[in-house]
Design a protein. Structure first.
Length: 149
C-alpha cells in the first residue's frame, strides 16, 4: 500500500488539517531575525538612559570561533530592556561570565559625524540564561549539551 496515492483515504486521526499547514512566506520576519550567542561577557553590564527616558542594559559578548591554535574572537554588543529581578540578575554578572544569549537582530543604517553612511548590527536580548561563571566553568561543550537537552 502506497500512502502517497491520492486514492487512499487516511483514517480521521491521521488526516492533517489545512489550517495546520503553513507556507514559508507566511512566517513572520521577526521570527527569522534572531541570533544565538555563546560567549563570555567583555565587562560588567552597564545601565544607561535612553533619549525617551527608559533605561537600557548594554553589554558585550565575545564569541570564539575557528580551529584550535588559530581561534579568533568576534565581539557583539547587546541591549536589554529587562526590568525587575531579571535586570538585577543581568546587572550582577561579572566580566568573563559564560552566557547564552538569544537576541532579536536587525541591521541599521546611519550617518556618522563625517556624514559617511555606516551600518550597524543591533541585538536586543530576548533570553539570557547564564551558562557558567568565569572560575570553575565546565567548558563550552557541556554548556551546549545543557542547552540542547
Amino acid at each position: 500500500m502506497v500512502l502517497s496515492s491520492p486514492l487512499i483515504r487516511l483514517p480521521r486521526t491521521l488526516r492533517i488539517s489545512t489550517t495546520a499547514l503553513r507556507t514559508f512566506a507566511s512566517t513572520p520576519a521577526a521570527a527569522l531575525a534572531r541570533m544565538q550567542l555563546i560567549g563570555r561577557l567583555a565587562a560588567e553590564p552597564e545601565l544607561l538612559p535612553t533619549a525617551s527616558g527608559r533605561e537600557v542594559i548594554r553589554y558585550a559578548v565575545g564569541v570564539e570561533a575557528g580551529p584550535k591554535g588559530a581561534r579568533e574572537v568576534s565581539w557583539f554588543k547587546v541591549a536589554s530592556f529587562d526590568e525587575g529581578p531579571r535586570r538585577e540578575f543581568v546587572m550582577g554578572l561579572q566580566k568573563g561570565t559564560l552566557v547564552y544569549v538569544d537576541a532579536e537582530s536587525r541591521m541599521r543604517t546611519y550617518e556618522d559625524v563625517d556624514r559617511k553612511k555606516r551600518m550597524q548590527l543591533d541585538l536586543v536580548q530576548r533570553m539570557f540564561p547564564v551558562s557558567a561563571r568565569r572560575h570553575g566553568a565546565r567548558g563550552i561543550a557541556s554548556v551546549v549539551r545543557a542547552i540542547l537537552c
